[in-house]
Design a protein around this ligand. Sequence first.
Ligand SMILES: [Zn+2]
Length: 90
Amino acid sequence: MNDHLSSWIQSGPICCNVAGLASEYLDDCLPMLTKVRVGFHLASCADCRTYMKQMALVCEAAAGLPKQYPSPINRLRLRQHFACCHSSSL
Ligand SMILES: [Zn+2]
């Protein structure tokens, strides 16, 4: 795992961490501890729950669509938007 991840393993993830892990979380690709941490954050953060729900919808929709969806640019834009909104809480 990356260094920036190990730093929040003790303190818990912040919103932009969760946003960055959303696709792995939905794909069930995260290590158990990381998954639990993200789950705890989601339980206490309505913004991230909304984000995760949107990502899940996009992923579900993508499963029934041709390969060019979802556009990586749109996902990146969402992610960057999210990081900007919440980076001040660092
Ligand atoms: Zn959050």
